[in-house]
Design a protein around this ligand. Structure first.
Ligand code: NAP
Length: 308
């Protein structure tokens, strides 16, 4: 008998129904009181309260509903030998690509600019550029950065993509570790889709933004702590950047008094770029449970040493 405990917040009953449909032979629990002393090898988590994982008997695998797992690693709640499977599914990748394209195209075609000056009833065409006249750099070539860069390249943007391994992305120029400056120099748009690790925290600072072409766009769909916020605001105020589209913040929800809410060159969205869609997410987790049951390697297991 496969036992799964859903410890996430939100619609646990909905996830339970989906798991039950995917794995009819499994016992799927959503109430800690039902756990008892019998081992429960699989726990599904979002951002669990301290002690949650340790309170479940016989956990073997932690299945994360989130793609980013830095909070689970930092919490110290998951023993070193216990695999953490992060969320990777087509729904997440599609959602992130849509969001990145929406932000980049709205800036590229001056849609946001025209909307801003509309109250002045000014007929003031800008020189409209073609995608091939713009350089876009995507930081991260993983499950989300790879497809986003591929879409951007397909539209015609001169696309660069930076990752640790210099991973190839169709249509884009790949840069590896040690080539960050080169990848960002002269970019009109910088898109951040890195995981948050010790190496990537505070990576996006004034010096890096200063390498971009003047008047560019910064898009952050990854984590707020990748960015030195004071440097970002300074780059916007100085005209080095013309716009920042931010979906993620150091503190979430973004506090009402945070000046980013009211900055005229900042677009705030409430961490919605790539929400986890329950259907594809449960299908992916169930497939990994089946692999684990069959003694096969699971997909998307977090590399503890790399931190993502
Ligand atoms: P992923 O598949 O693990 O890909 C990470 C990419 O970053 C890989 O290409 C990796 O290089 C590269 N990388 C990692 N550390 C690096 C370093 N030190 N220097 C250079 N490149 C480095 O992650 P993902 O699924 O694409 O997700 C990325 C992040 O998006 C998540 O961690 C999460 O923070 C964020 N996210 C946000 C939302 C939202 O709604 N806003 C939703 C989901 C996820 P290699 O290819 O060489 O390994």
């Amino acid at each position: 008998m496969i036992r799964i405990y859903i410890a996430s917040k939100g619609d646990r009953a909905g996830l339970q129904r989906l798991f039950q449909a995917e794995l009819p032979e499994a016992e799927v629990l959503i109430d800690a009181a039902e756990l008892g002393p019998e081992p429960c090898p699989y726990i599904v988590v979002g951002r669990p309260d301290p002690g949650t994982i340790a309170s479940v008997p016989g956990v073997e695998v932690v299945l994360s509903l989130n793609a980013g797992v830095e909070h689970l690693l930092a919490s110290g709640e998951v023993p070193e030998a216990m695999p953490i499977v992060r969320m990777v599914d087509d729904g997440l990748a599609e959602g992130m690509s849509e969001w990145v394209l929406a932000e980049v195209l709205a800036w590229h075609r001056n849609i946001l600019h025209y909307h801003r000056i509309q109250p002045e009833a000014r007929w003031a065409p800008e020189r409209e550029k073609l995608a091939r006249e713009r350089i876009v750099t995507v930081l991260g070539a993983g499950a989300l950065g790879g497809p986003a860069a591929e879409h951007l390249a397909r539209i015609g943007f001169r696309t660069r993509v930076w990752s640790r391994s210099g991973r190839a992305v169709p249509g884009a120029t790949a840069y590896g570790a040690g080539q960050l400056e080169e990848a960002v120099t002269g970019a009109d748009v910088l898109v951040n889709l890195l995981p948050l690790t010790a190496d990537t925290r505070d990576l996006i600072d004034g010096a890096l933004l200063g390498r971009m072409a003047r008047g560019g766009l910064f898009v952050n769909g990854a984590r707020g702590a990748h960015v030195v916020e004071a440097d970002l605001v300074a780059a916007l105020d100085a005209g080095q950047l013309s716009l920042a589209a931010l979906d993620v913040f150091r503190t979430e929800p973004l506090p009402a008094e945070d000046p980013l809410w009211r900055h005229p060159k900042v677009l705030v969205s409430p961490h919605v770029a790539a929400p986890t869609h329950p259907g594809p997410a449960v299908a992916e987790m169930a497939a990994n449970i089946r692999r684990h049951q069959n003694g096969e390697p699971m997909r998307n297991v977090v590399d503890r040493a790399a931190g993502y």
